[in-house]
Design a protein around this ligand. Structure first.
Ligand code: COA
Length: 326
């Protein structure tokens, strides 16, 4: 049985920055409201010629180079996304082609903002049981393509971004120590895109109604998010026999700075151990945790031997946590 760990990380952000002042020109909102209620000051928006797969390929090349792994060494590519290039084929197939990673298996995984942790957990199973040696997991979202820029309850929150990590066998004590994943479908309509699937196929009417845009019940989600993130973080620490005091770094999904602060307080983690980039990046759904991870690795914030907890929550609703020794 092999222990799975991260061999290299990489990210790719679109250049275009959308500030709160830019959004003030589109909807009835203010920099003060957005900053105070969410912690977000700016987010990125992909250019028309950028897609989920093209940005994913950029992030993946960086991760592969840092891991010292060739694309053809990969056994599996998992792309976590709810904003694929197109319904068919999978974005993972397009990434595989772009990377020239011939011969490996590739598929998409849809668990919204928890998706990278779901993907990591799948990768860990493949590596641990020996079915795969090197697995590329990507968290990729171009949510701007699904945003209604006349809906102030959603367009201020979400942003575009991609990050990737190469997983492979590592020597203990490094590696993934524990994971915990959950889904509760009864809250499916708290955050959803009504049209474009089999329930409501795309038509002139769905376009006129804006039914292919993201709809969110922010208030309801807020309460479920805080409760679930606290529970799952505790579960995973208990599984590994560690406490909040043992953590070196806590990377929560970047949904809202007030959610981060509420969980930090409930878990009793000191502020210096919590990573946050929401003010610069916004909520990038499944890309949120891997972007943070890559920033922490590149800046030296995350060092070998550190104990890092990652917890996420998203549409579905889904939630999960992964604890790893770097
Ligand atoms: N600018 C100004 N006012 C806004 C606004 C905006 N962008 N968005 C909403 N408002 C208004 C509302 O219309 C409401 O006005 P009213 O009192 O006159 O009806 C008021 O602000 C309060 O709205 P509410 O929804 O209660 O605000 P909130 O404090 O809950 O903040 C969210 C809204 C979306 C920021 C917050 O609920 C949240 O972050 N929820 C979690 C969302 C999330 O995590 N989603 C992704 C899951 S991964």
């Amino acid at each position: 049985m092999s222990v799975a760990g991260v061999l290299g990380t990489g990210s790719a952000l679109p250049e275009k920055v959308i500030s709160n002042a830019d959004l003030e020109k589109l909807v009835e909102t203010s920099d003060q409201w957005i900053t105070e209620r969410t912690g977000i000051r700016e987010r990125r928006q992909a250019a028309p010629n950028e897609t989920t797969s093209t940005l994913s390929a950029q992030a993946s090349r960086r991760a592969l180079e840092r891991a010292g792994i060739k694309p053809t060494d990969l056994d599996l590519i998992i792309c976590s996304t709810i904003s694929p290039d197109m319904p068919l084929p999978s974005t993972a197939s397009l990434i595989q082609r772009e990377l020239g990673a011939h011969g490996c298996c590739a598929f998409d995984l849809a668990a919204a903002c928890s998706g990278f942790l779901f993907g990591m957990t799948v990768a860990e199973q493949f590596i641990r049981n020996g079915a795969s040696k090197y697995v590329l997991v990507i968290g990729a979202e171009l949510l701007s393509r699904y945003l209604d820029y006349s809906d102030r309850t959603t367009c201020v929150i979400f942003g575009d971004g991609v990050a990737a990590a190469v997983f492979g066998p590592v020597d203990p004590p490094s590696g993934i120590l524990a994971h915990e994943l959950h889904t509760e479908g009864q809250y499916a309509e708290h955050l959803f895109i009504p049209a474009g699937g089999t329930a409501l196929p795309a038509s002139c009417q769905t376009v006129q109604q804006g039914a292919h845009f993201i709809k969110m019940r922010g208030n309801e989600l807020f309460k479920v998010a805080v409760r679930s993130l606290e529970d799952v973080s505790r579960q995973v620490m208990k599984k590994a026999g560690v406490t909040a005091e043992d953590l070196d770094l806590f990377i929560p999904h970047q949904a809202n700075q007030r959610i981060t602060e509420a969980i930090r307080e409930r878990l009793g983690v000191c502020s210096e151990k919590v990573y946050s980039n929401i003010c610069r990046i916004g909520n990038t759904s499944s890309a949120s945790i891997p972007i943070c991870l890559d920033e922490c690795v590149q800046s030296g914030r995350l060092k070998r031997g550190n104990l890092v907890l990652m917890s996420a929550f998203g549409a579905g609703v889904t939630w999960g946590a992964v604890l790893m020794r770097w």
